[in-house]
Write a protein that binds this ligand. Structure first.
Ligand SMILES: [Cu+2]
Length: 64
């Protein structure tokens, strides 16, 4: 269900959190990728932020 404006909304709101270095996404595949500083933000906070925008986070993967 993601389109380009969904990604833009998520980018803007997640970008407001501390320690976010980059947010990108693929609307066709329905995923977003968030680069962040673990000392400043937790995954839970990012998920919460996305869900506040009305999107359901069904799954997340950690990449080191
Ligand atoms: Cu959309």
């Amino acid at each position: 269900m993601h389109c380009k404006s969904c990604i833009a909304v998520i980018k803007m709101n997640v970008g407001d959190l501390n320690g976010i270095s980059e947010v990108s996404g693929d609307p066709d595949k329905g995923w977003v990728s968030v680069g962040f500083d673990e000392k400043k933000t937790r995954v839970e906070d990012i998920v919460k932020k996305i869900e506040q925008d009305g999107y359901k986070v069904t799954r997340f993967e950690e990449k080191k």
